[in-house]
Each structure stands twice: as C-alpha cells, then as structure tokens.
Design a protein around this ligand. Sequence first.
Ligand code: PEP
Length: 246
Amino acid sequence: MRRRLIAGNWKMNGSAASARALLQRLAEFADDSKDVVVFPPMPYLSLAIDGNASSRVGTGAQNCAAYEQGAYTGEVSASMIADLGARHVLVGHSERRALFAENDATVLAKVQQALAAKLTVYVCVGETLAQRRQDQQQTVVAEQLQALIAELPASAWSSIVVAYEPVWAIGTGETATPEQAQAMHAFIRSQLQQVSPDVAEQTRILYGGSVKAANAAELFSQPDIDGGLVGGASLDAEEFLAICHS
Ligand code: PEP
C-alpha cells in the first residue's frame, strides 16, 4: 500500500518572513495517513527544518551537488543538506534540466550523492510540448528513467520517489488530464518492472504540473498517481492545505 504524498516546491520565491508564516499555517496539518514535504529555497532550509520540527511536514532541498565535496564554489552537497536535518531532495527538475543544462548523467550523479547521504530523492521526469506533439512522451520518459534503472541497485528504490512533470504543464496553468497523467504513471510503473515487481508496485509516483485544489482530487484518484509535486499553489497555505486534504 503506497502512502499518499504531497510535496510543495517553493522554487526561488518568498522571504524568511513569508516562509515562517507559511510553515506556521502548514503545521496545522494533522492527517497521519499522508506525507507532506516542502522544498524551500536553500537559504531557508534551516528555518524550515526548525519550523517543521514539531509538525507532520517534512523538509527537503530543491537541488544538490553532483559531487561529494571540494572546489565547487556555490554548490551545496547532499551530505550538507542531510547534516542540517533535511531528509528529502529534488533532483532533475525540468527547470534544472532546461536552464542549468542538467542531463541524465548529472541527474544520476546527484541521485547517487543523495542516496549516499541517506536522503529520499524525488527524481523529476517529463516531456516537452514538442515531444508530446510528436507522440514521443513515453520514449523521452523511458530514457530519463533508464540511467537510473541501469545503474542503481534495486535496494536504492526504497529511497526514490518519481515525479512525472510534463514540462508543458509546469507553471502554465495547463494540467495533464487525469487520463493522460494516469497513462504515463502506469507506463513509468511498467518501466520499474525492469528493477523488480516489488519496486514497480511500491515506488511512489507523483504528478506535477499546475496541480491546484480544484483538480487535485481527480488526479489523485487515479490508481497509479500517489500524490502531487506542487509548484505555484504550494506558496499559498490555504490552497496547499486544500490539495493536501484532497
Ligand atoms: C513544479 O515546479 O514542480 C510544478 C509542478 O510547478 P506548478 O505546480 O507551478 O506547475
């Protein structure tokens, strides 16, 4: 039985004051049948870890370095994130892939660093609009998953969450239909059969792309959608809580 998981990616938004206010409101979340995690900007990570210490909400970083340590000015290692007390990290978000030239090899290296630091890694995959128009979405997502499937031991998958985020639905207000999302989630699960039937059955797969309170319940009711990775709507406490309660 996979537990429902709702993750909020704050991206590069807000201030210390707005982060505190948001966390204070989210601390009221009391449903222990679901997991909720927020990904604040790196400078607010400590603040969020302290703010979430007595709440049911977990804290994660939006990125980590592909290297363990050393002369990598401006980078933050997975072990530093874990050292602060965070337990989760996002890797391979489409904005990182598109704006910061991350490829599948970089994503794999970051996942390996995160796993070595005992973080739960949320690996984002998804196709662009052009790729979907050419009906290439399954090929693209299979390729993004393949490096991980080929290189990681089966035991690693208990610390991995897959987030399917069609790039055309991120921050655009356009959402994949529940049927489109379900079809891709079922496809991702079928790819994970290459690791093992247990991994395919137990890995949580989140949908991301303009999730809001108005569409969350229908998306989350699909059999292979285990929750959501929420961007814009996670900055509004009432909206995010409504999604968490969906
Ligand atoms: C995201 O950035 O992961 C995301 C899904 O954004 P939004 O919900 O704003 O589309």
